[in-house]
Write a protein that binds this ligand. Structure first.
Ligand SMILES: Cc1cc2nc3c(=O)[nH]c(=O)nc-3n(C[C@H](O)[C@H](O)[C@H](O)COP(=O)(O)OP(=O)(O)OC[C@H]3O[C@@H](n4cnc5c(N)ncnc54)[C@H](O)[C@@H]3O)c2cc1C
Length: 448
């Protein structure tokens, strides 16, 4: 929380009875299992395993009164956002994890923010339904659904937030709201792309899609001529039918040769259609290994509930959106490999670009790829310099993969009028900046 008063040097961790009953504090045998996240170590003063919106409202009131730092956590897989802290309160929503099919005929589902996407996929599968979310079952609903959601069927079904029909939040003043296109429509617009700035989301309603088995091809390519490979792969993805979504990971393999692993999902199982659709992608570069199989969609996203211990050493990452992988863009992406331990491209395009840019705070509707490059903290400056050279070839930014938080990143994530509207809404809904942990927006009162 930002304040005009001097910051408190020794925040009290005495908790009111209601919060004490759900708290895990240092010294508790459970503490080590809840203090860290996937990318960040933390030493919070209390992790609150909240069970209701009322618990969350009480936590917000306590944080405001004592000026203790406050962080929301759903799945703990944040890259752009911190979901732990040092000495403060973590509002952990993992107990709020119900997944409910409200109406199987209209495919309307309600998902609580503390569920993992693997749990969502497993719960919807018996109904023949799915939501395209991301590539990892342990990622939490709350962090992803307040930012975007680029999933393994994004070209066919769009972003996860394109399917959102309502959101339930606890706002900074403790009020509990359900927002949709008719109720607090400005808030609903803001939640879908910049949600973590506006409250603690407790649940969402989504329109799911009928999805059964999918075909997956996991292909390892020799990408020694990385730029040429990337240009061909990008063109093949753009030309592919919408049933095809491909995620590419580039790493430097043995002997310094670049290797690319493509995980390509075809939403369907018709063998002839699959072969025809995937052939151009396979010919993007020499295939070292290829494995294709059909599977129920939900089995691609197991939620293993891996213990979090800041296990991801590549904790610095940069993010950008790309319209087309042109040869110059490919050259600059290739140069990232000299410092980044991992470079990933996720296809967007297709149905993602069907939504009008003004529909929600995530406004990027012309791009075909989301790019991220991750490295260790010691190589941050080198990655930043290479990213600067790539920047003119980018068009916007998906905030979930960005760890840098300057004005440039805000303007890339929320171009032009989008940022202006968000600043006005931040000033209204969170004037004291209680929620500043994921890509903090400025406000009228705190413009920087
Ligand atoms: C291994 C891995 C793979 C990924 N793959 C994809 C992918 O394929 N596609 C994609 O789109 N993204 C992907 N992501 C990015 C992911 O969507 C974001 O990091 C997301 O924020 C994680 O959500 P979480 O709930 O697990 O995170 P958390 O760490 O719990 O939270 C992240 C941020 O969001 C805030 N937040 C969390 N819950 C709430 C809530 N309920 N209300 C308000 N604010 C909240 C937190 O305060 C924090 O700042 C991936 C991340 C990882 C680590």
């Amino acid at each position: 929380m930002r304040t005009t008063d001097p910051p408190s040097r020794s925040p009290s961790l005495d908790l009111p009875e209601r919060l004490g009953a759900v708290a895990v504090r240092p010294g508790d045998r459970r503490y080590d299992s809840v203090r860290h996240t996937y990318t960040r170590p933390g030493s919070p003063g209390a992790v609150l395993l909240v069970r209701s919106a009322g618990d969350i409202a009480a936590a917000l009131a306590h944080a405001r009164a004592t000026q203790v730092p406050l962080t929301a956590r759903s799945g703990g897989h944040g890259i752009s956002g911190r979901s732990t802290n040092d000495g403060g309160i973590v509002v952990d929503l993992s107990r709020l994890n119900a997944v409910e099919v409200l109406d199987s005929r209209s495919a309307l589902v309600r998902v609580e923010a503390g569920a993992r996407w693997g749990e969502v996929a497993a719960a919807l599968a018996p109904y023949g339904l799915a939501l395209s979310s991301g590539d990892t079952g342990d990622v939490g609903v709350g962090g992803l659904a307040t930012a975007g959601g680029i999933g393994l069927m994004s070209r066919l079904h769009g972003l996860t937030i394109d399917h959102m029909s309502a959101a339930e939040l606890v706002l900074a003043d403790g009020s509990v709201v359900r927002t949709d296109v008719e109720h607090d429509p400005d808030l609903f617009w803001a939640v879908r792309g910049a949600g973590a700035n506006f409250g603690v989301a407790t649940a969402f309603e989504f329109q799911a899609e009928p999805v059964r088995d999918v075909t997956v091809a996991v292909t390892i390519h020799d990408a020694a001529d990385t730029s040429a490979f990337l240009t061909r792969w990008g063109a093949a993805v753009e030309a592919a039918p919408r049933a095809v979504t491909s995620f590419l990971t580039l790493v430097t393999g043995a002997g310094g040769r670049a290797v690319a692993q493509a995980m390509t999902v075809y939403a369907g199982t018709d063998a002839t259609a699959v072969r025809t659709a995937l052939a151009p992608l396979l010919s993007a570069g020499r295939v070292l290994r290829n494995q294709a199989f059909t599977t129920p969609y939900h089995q691609l996203l197991p939620a293993g509930h891996e213990p979090q211990h800041a296990q991801q050493p590549l904790s610095v990452s940069r993010s950008g959106l790309v319209d087309h992988i042109t040869p110059p863009a490919a050259e600059h992406i290739t140069a990232l490999l000299e410092t980044a331990g991992m470079v990933q491209l996720r296809s967007v395009g297709g149905a993602v670009n069907d939504a009008p840019p003004e529909a929600m705070a995530y406004s990027h509707r012309t791009q075909n790829f989301s790019l991220m490059a991750a490295t260790v903290p010691a190589l941050r400056d080198d990655l930043d310099q290479r990213w600067e050279r790539l920047h003119p070839h980018l068009n916007g930014l998906y905030l979930s993969f960005e760890t840098r938080t300057g004005r440039q990143q805000l303007e890339d994530a929320f171009p032009g009028a989008v940022l202006e509207r968000l600043i006005a809404l931040k000033s209204h809904y969170d004037p004291d900046h209680l929620f500043d942990n994921n890509f903090a927006l400025p406000s009228v009162r705190f413009p920087h």
